[in-house]
Design a protein around this ligand. Structure first.
Ligand SMILES: *[C@@H]1O[C@H](CO)[C@@H](O)[C@H](O)[C@H]1NC(C)=O
Ligand SMILES: *[C@@H]1O[C@H](CO)[C@@H](O)[C@H](O)[C@H]1NC(C)=O
Ligand SMILES: *[C@@H]1O[C@H](CO)[C@@H](O)[C@H](O)[C@H]1NC(C)=O
Ligand SMILES: *[C@@H]1O[C@H](CO)[C@@H](O)[C@H](O)[C@H]1NC(C)=O
Ligand SMILES: *[C@@H]1O[C@H](CO)[C@@H](O)[C@H](O)[C@H]1NC(C)=O
Ligand SMILES: *[C@@H]1O[C@H](CO)[C@@H](O)[C@H](O)[C@H]1NC(C)=O
Ligand SMILES: *[C@@H]1O[C@H](CO)[C@@H](O)[C@H](O)[C@H]1NC(C)=O
Ligand SMILES: *[C@@H]1O[C@H](CO)[C@@H](O)[C@H](O)[C@H]1NC(C)=O
Ligand SMILES: *[C@@H]1O[C@H](CO)[C@@H](O)[C@H](O)[C@H]1NC(C)=O
Ligand SMILES: *[C@@H]1O[C@H](CO)[C@@H](O)[C@H](O)[C@H]1NC(C)=O
Length: 426
């Protein structure tokens, strides 16, 4: 085909037009930021006194499209800033009230930064960001508890206040007026609340009437019965000492209950058996006494059960375990459990079985051979005797701990078949 210079020029023009069209089109797809919101972000940046990882280096006036700045997300259609994620950036400074110009902000994450409001407090104006759904202030340092104004965040679904380092002295005085702050919040849409590792104290718990699905705090609030949508409850690593009293907590919705690493006394309440949606139950590192209630067998959804490091006694029977078909991790170590090991495990998918530091006696049951997925078996520091059962199929065990028992005789020949062992302690 003949290629005249005219044709060639036409072709070039077409190509140029097309690429211009593409660029323009792409430009329309990109949300371009709104001037007022860019100014607000720049003002926020003014309040930053240290940015150790140079995280905000893209936050510059000359880079017009603030939707492209690190940590900033805009709505595709409107261009409004909807998300500000500065989590884990270790920024130091003041949280500028200029954020109030981000009226459409739905997500604010300042975790593990050293930002704070006036007087080192949680800035009250956060309560005016009325579209917020997600607020993460975990790992930050504040001199006082939450401003009551936060209760105006009526769309809040996720509130993470874990690991907040409150200035101790001020907390002590604030505790007395905790009823004015946390207690009076009415965040009916909240489904995640994490207040773990705070060591507040009791008064904070009184008078709560939130409708929440996830709760993580320091004491078990008396009003929990009203939290009909509670799904996640973690009170781990606080200073709880009183027996577990969650009589009326939404037993059918609770999926995760973590009360580990406290000093809780008393027994494991049988009503836990009514929490049939539980997937994770951890009561480890407490001072629980008495038997493991057989009602635990009703928790057919459990994948993790950790009762280790308590003062539990009595026996663990087939009755406890046979219905726990989904169990993957079972931890009962460091208790005073005794008797024979259960001859049957309901869950063939057990991955980790730690029964060490108890008074289990008798032989290791053959049913161990049925646990194909078992990777960790810790039976050390018991009164077990005999040896490892002969399994007709090769177990996949990687960690086997059998030391400090009453095993005797020759090095068990059955061990030959445990060919995937990475660690063994006899
Ligand atoms: C924005 O656009 C991106 C890419 O086209 C898309 O993945 C994302 O879901 C959109 N976000 C919203 C909030 O519409
Ligand atoms: C803090 O936020 C960052 C960014 O969203 C996230 O990746 C990180 O997991 C968060 N850190 C913690 C401890 O929650
Ligand atoms: C919530 O907002 C309303 C109106 O905007 C205001 O009157 C009220 O004082 C606010 N509540 C708190 C606790 O600040
Ligand atoms: C908070 O509790 C203290 C003492 O428990 C009481 O004096 C005060 O009136 C309470 N404040 C509110 C707002 O309920
Ligand atoms: C909590 O807020 C909801 C809706 O915002 C309201 O209907 C309800 O009366 C409030 N409850 C209390 C105890 O203030
Ligand atoms: C549950 O809420 C009702 C009103 O909403 C209140 O009267 C009652 O005291 C609450 N129960 C508990 C245990 O706090
Ligand atoms: C539990 O009590 C002991 C003293 O009996 C104390 O040393 C420890 O810090 C307490 N642990 C928690 C998590 O409160
Ligand atoms: C547990 O649920 C059963 C019915 O499923 C009920 O009869 C029983 O009272 C409940 N137990 C407790 C302690 O709530
Ligand atoms: C597991 O939980 C679901 C709800 O999440 C419930 O319907 C079901 O009965 C539970 N299964 C058992 C065995 O308890
Ligand atoms: C090892 O496994 C084979 C089958 O794979 C079985 O026949 C044999 O008895 C086993 N040996 C021991 C010592 O368990």
């Amino acid at each position: 085909m003949a290629r005249s210079p005219a044709n060639f020029v036409l072709l070039l023009m077409a190509a140029a037009t097309w690429s211009f069209f593409l660029a323009a089109h792409a430009g329309r797809l990109q949300p371009s930021c709104i001037g007022r919101e860019r100014d607000a972000l720049l003002a926020f940046n003014q309040g930053i006194s240290d940015d150790p990882y140079d995280y905000l280096k893209s936050w510059r006036q000359e880079r017009q499209d603030c939707c492209q700045w690190a940590g900033v997300t805009c709505d595709n259609a409107t261009g409004h800033v909807v998300k500000l994620d500065l989590g884990g950036t270790y920024l130091v400074g003041k949280i500028s009230p200029s954020l109030l110009s981000l009226e459409h902000l739905e997500y604010l994450n300042l975790n593990w930064t050293r930002l704070c409001g006036p007087d080192g407090r949680v800035p009250e104006f956060l309560g005016s960001l009325k579209n917020l759904r997600h607020l993460d202030l975990s790992g930050m340092s504040f001199s006082a508890l939450l401003p009551p104004k936060l209760s105006n965040l009526s769309k809040l679904e996720y509130l993470d206040l874990s690991n907040i380092h409150f200035n101790k002295r001020i907390v002590l005085t604030d505790i007395s007026c905790a009823n004015q702050s946390l207690a009076h919040l009415n965040l009916t849409t909240l489904h995640f609340l994490d207040l773990s590792y705070n060591f507040f104290g009791h008064p904070i718990a009184s008078g709560w009437f939130w409708s929440i699905k996830y709760l993580d705090l320091t004491d078990i609030p008396p009003g929990l019965g009203n939290y009909t949508s509670l799904r996640y409850l973690s009170l781990s690593s606080n200073h709880l000492t009183r027996p577990i009293q969650l009589e009326t907590v939404s037993r059918t919705t609770l999926e995760v209950l973590d009360l580990s690493d406290n000093n809780i006394t008393g027994v494991i309440p049988p009503w836990l058996g009514n929490c049939t949606s539980l997937r994770h139950l951890s009561l480890s590192k407490n001072h629980l006494t008495g038997h493991v209630p057989s009602k635990i067998s009703l928790l057919g959804n459990l994948t993790q059960l950790d009762l280790s490091n308590n003062n539990l006694d009595g026996v663990i029977t087939e009755e406890h375990l046979v219905s726990l078909k989904n169990l993957e991790h079972l931890g009962l170590s460091h208790n005073s459990l005794l008797g024979h090991l259960p001859s049957e495990f309901g869950a063939t998918g057990l991955v980790e079985l730690t029964l060490s530091y108890n008074y289990f006696s008798g032989h290791i049951p053959e049913s161990i051979c049925m646990l194909w997925d078992l990777l960790v078996l810790d039976l050390s520091n018991n009164l077990l005797m005999g040896g490892l059962p002969r399994c007709s199929r090769k177990p996949n065990l990687a960690f086997l701990l059998l030391s400090h028992n009453k095993f005797s005789g020759k090095f068990p020949s059955s061990l030959k078949n445990y060919s995937s062992l990475a660690f063994i302690d006899l």
